[in-house]
Design a protein around this ligand. Structure first.
Ligand code: GTP
Length: 596
């Protein structure tokens, strides 16, 4: 297809604003999916995505659209909608010339949409503002059209109104894409350059790499080269998805499609990398490539220690489809053998642990998420800490922690409450803006460590679910941080160590000691529970020694009941961990680590 007859676009939308439904309607209206084959959320392949209603992996689909200017190939590139995947979003946007800004006509714009809109503007994309769900009785398109026009300029009349559900306005939207989004430009004679915007592991075909051709042409059977590593592969298959994969005789300037080389690991086909031909390689890679960098670390431990080899195998497999996942073995006094894993963010962590339990049947304990601290000791040693229990005990010269710029969108009535929340989380207000009469954007510089600790849930509950949050890294900052250890009968329980601001150390110590007192059953002896900074005890509770015999509960005769109780106790013992002389039920660890 010549570039003049191609339009590459994506849809920017907040979760639940109806991106998948609109995509479904487009597939149907352009005829690439027959009505009888239509199923909801056609493009979301992974079960986990469909169940949770979130899109994790982007995909591209090609749809022919016959308009006034003849038939045009529309390439719709799907973008993930969550903060953890900003880099993937930015690469998807870089593969497009235009974006549909899709906003629920009953909700208005959200923080996530705003963040992705800014990314799209940075990439010079043409924006088509669209209000969705106008069939809803609660829709207020006039109000939100004004909000959108206010945000991106232009008149409220330019804002298209559609319903992905009924199909109303969708044809007009397709016509507008053709009319307004520029055709791709590139040098057909130059050495091939294709940008990877997604790479997906497929159990049968190996890695499927989605690319946008910038210059030149790629053909099946030729050798291609990844410009970041210079690794070469044979191009076994090249084609387009519409939406099922269709092999073709090659891809030229402006086209969007997929490549298969037989590699089995997405790390060999990285998002953002440039693909060229091995025979006449391009000299300059496309701009914008970076390696995914983990932001949040957590320890994953099998509840049943004998599952450790299975956990290793499962992580090795997951890695093939998840270029951002990193892990290394780790041991914990309290939890045994496990892995310290790095994630892009909390959702990424949640997805990985859910896949480990769902696809691999593993029961895991996840330790409290930690960010990356850079510690300089008095002796001048530089230590990177991703596990609080490894925080150096001696004198510290300085510590830095990662900061983020957070944007929170909320109804104006909640501004006070949310500012208070941000203040207690050590946030610094950067700015406040009214998007409309009722909706406000708050911008904060805030430690990532405070956000990974339950911030989002707090924000939601304090605003009845009306606030939305987005953030991006804003560098490291020196802070007055200390490590609080938790001791059981004088022994450190490494899984409970935490790095907190000095002003919050006492509160954390009290919280954890009180919580553990409730969770750990009485033993034959008294067990002190202490919180300490170095050698200084800052909080203390104790569990009194056990007096009662378990069997005392069974009044006399009933032997079978007694036996049952003994067996149950034995069963429970199996899931006990010893910390020094203290028996701690596995459940207590889980509860203490997950409580709020
Ligand atoms: P994520 O994949 O989570 O980002 O969500 P999404 O933006 O793809 O939203 P999705 O298409 O899954 O729609 C979210 C909900 O809104 C679903 O319950 C849809 O049925 C509903 N919905 C989507 N479009 C419309 C619409 O035009 N009208 C009405 N009434 N409901 C819609």
């Amino acid at each position: 297809t010549p570039p003049e007859s191609i339009r590459n676009f994506c849809i920017i939308a907040h979760i639940d604003h109806g991106k998948s439904t609109l995509a479904d309607r487009m597939l149907q209206i352009t005829g690439v999916v027959a009505d009888r084959d239509m199923r909801a959320q056609y493009l979301d392949r992974m079960d986990i995505e469909r169940e949770r209603g979130i899109t994790i992996k982007s995909q591209a689909v090609r749809m022919p659209w016959a308009g006034e200017a003849g038939t045009v190939a529309l390439n719709m590139i799907d973008t993930p909608g969550h903060v953890d995947f900003t880099y993937e979003v930015s690469r998807s946007l870089a593969a497009c010339e235009g974006a549909i800004l899709l906003v629920d006509a009953a909700q208005g714009i959200e923080a996530q949409t705003l963040a992705n809109l800014y990314l799209a503007l940075e990439n010079d994309l043409t924006i088509i503002p669209v209000l969705n769900k106008i069939d809803l009785p609660a829709a207020d398109p006039d109000k939100f059209a004004a909000e959108l026009a206010n945000l991106i300029g232009g008149s409220p009349d330019d804002v298209l109104r559609v319903s992905g559900k009924t199909g109303q306005g969708v044809e007009a939207l397709l016509d507008r894409i053709v009319a307004e989004i520029p055709a791709p430009k590139g040098d057909a004679k130059a050495p091939a350059r294709a940008m990877i915007f997604d790479s997906v592991y497929d159990a049968y075909r190996g890695v499927v790499t989605y690319v946008r051709m910038i210059d030149g042409h790629l053909h099946p059977r030729e050798r291609i080269q990844m410009m970041s590593t210079r690794a070469t592969h044979e191009l076994l298959e090249i084609g387009v998805s519409s939406p099922e994969p269709k092999p073709s005789t090659g891809l030229g300037v402006g086209e969007v499609g997929y490549l298969i080389t037989g590699v089995k690991d997405v790390r060999q086909s990285k998002v953002g990398d440039t693909v060229t031909t091995a025979r006449t390689p391009a000299t300059q890679a496309l701009p914008g490539y970076t390696d995914p960098k983990p932001m949040v670390y957590s320890g994953l431990y099998p509840i049943d220690g004998s599952d450790y080899p299975d956990l290793r195998e499962a992580l090795d497999k997951l890695k093939l489809s998840d270029a951002a996942l990193v892990y290394e073995p780790e041991t914990s006094v309290a939890l045994g053998f496990g892995f310290r894993c790095g994630f892009l963010g909390l959702l990424h962590l949640e997805i990985v642990s859910e896949r480990l339990s769902r696809e691999f049947g593993l029961d895991l304990i996840t330790t409290a998420p930690s960010v990356i601290y850079e510690v300089t000791t008095d002796a001048g040693a530089q230590i990177t800490v991703t596990n609080p229990s490894e925080y150096p005990d001696g004198k510290i010269a300085s510590v830095t922690e990662p900061m983020v710029k957070a944007a929170i969108l909320l109804p104006k009535d909640y501004v006070g409450t949310v500012m208070e929340l941000c203040q207690t989380r050590r946030g610094t207000l950067l700015g406040m803006e009214y998007l409309s009469e009722e909706r406000v954007e708050l911008r904060y510089n805030i430690p990532l460590g405070e956000i990974v600790f339950d911030f989002f849930d707090q924000l939601k509950s304090k605003t009845q679910g009306y606030a939305s949050l987005d953030y991006e890294p804003s560098g490291d900052q020196a802070s007055d941080l200390v490590k609080v250890d938790i001791l059981l009968q004088g022994d450190k329980v490494d899984a409970f160590s935490s790095i907190v601001h000095r002003d919050k150390a006492y509160a954390y110590g009290v919280l954890m000691t009180e919580r553990l007192k409730k969770l750990i059953p009485r033993q034959q002896f008294e067990v002190p529970i202490q919180a300490a900074i170095g050698a200084r005890i800052i909080a203390r509770e104790s569990i009194r020694a056990m007096r009662k015999d378990v069997l005392a509960k069974c009044y006399g005769g009933d032997i079978s009941r007694k036996r049952k109780l003994l067996e149950k106790q034995k069963e429970g013992k199996k899931r006990m961990k010893m910390v020094g002389r203290v028996e701690v039920p596995q459940d207590a660890f889980i509860a203490a680590l997950s409580g709020d």
